[in-house]
Design a protein around this ligand. Structure first.
Ligand code: DX5
Ligand code: ZN
Length: 230
């Protein structure tokens, strides 16, 4: 498994939602070569969120192209029906939305039984108390700083206090705080200062670059990391 030990250093996780959909394998390899820590894979089903992206077959096809952690964000209804397929496809982290899980505790246990790290995502309107009885059993909290469904949206500043409260709740536990949506050089420091350690960024990483001009990806990743670690 590419996921190794827990640490709270800043990790940049490019979302392939902003990559060239006809060239995912090369795009993943390019951002990894340019310093990406994890690859964030946004799965959308057209029900939980309006858009449709891709499923386990794409994750499986990408596995040989990704050396590090495949961080799979399931924006889907009834995730229980699909977590087995995503685990088999090679996901390292499977994150489900609390709003999509009727029996969240059971879903988290099932993800871990499949050998993956378990993440729980909260939509912007969802209170952090939804984490209260699962915090000992998860590896990651994903705080949505946009309404899920599309890349390129504006960061919701309303989530900053929530991130700080989640950091406090987590205490000494080995649980990552991942921020997803609208992360840029302007917003990254706001969330790292209150305890976030995984920064998902789609537009801010892929803008201006390409597989053929991947140094731009490297500069974009370095710029986010620099402001988040200062
Ligand atoms: C939103 C997705 C995000 C999104 C991030 O539904 O979960 O991962 O792609 O994209 P940017 O960084 O463009 O907001
Ligand atoms: Zn995401």
């Amino acid at each position: 498994m590419p996921y190794t030990a827990f640490d709270r250093t800043i990790k940049i996780a490019p979302s392939i939602l902003a990559a060239d959909f006809a060239n995912f394998g090369a795009e993943c390899a390019a951002v990894e070569a340019e310093g990406a820590d994890w690859i964030h894979i946004d799965v959308m089903d057209g029900h939980f969120v309006p858009a449709i992206t891709f499923g386990p077959a794409t994750v499986k096809a990408l596995r040989p192209h990704v050396k590090g952690v495949m961080d799979v964000h399931l924006m889907i209804e009834n995730p229980d029906a699909y977590i087995g397929a995503f685990a088999k496809a090679g996901a390292d982290i499977l994150t489900v939305h609390v709003e999509a899980c009727r029996h969240l505790d059971r879903t988290i246990a099932a993800i871990r039984e499949l050998g993956c790290r378990a993440g729980v995502a909260l939509n912007p309107h969802t209170h952090e108390s939804a984490l209260d009885y699962v915090l000992d059993d998860i590896d990651l909290v994903c705080v949505m700083t946009v309404n899920p469904g599309f890349g390129g949206q504006s960061f919701l500043h309303s989530q900053i206090d929530k991130i700080a409260r989640i950091r406090e709740k987590i205490g000494e536990r080995d649980v990552h705080i991942e921020i997803d949506g609208g992360v840029t050089v302007e917003t990254a420091p706001l969330v790292s200062h209150v305890g976030a350690d995984v920064l998902v960024a789609g537009s801010a990483v892929f803008k201006g670059g390409s597989v053929g001009d991947r140094a731009v990806y490297g500069r974009n990743i370095a710029a986010i990391r620099a402001v988040a670690t200062q």
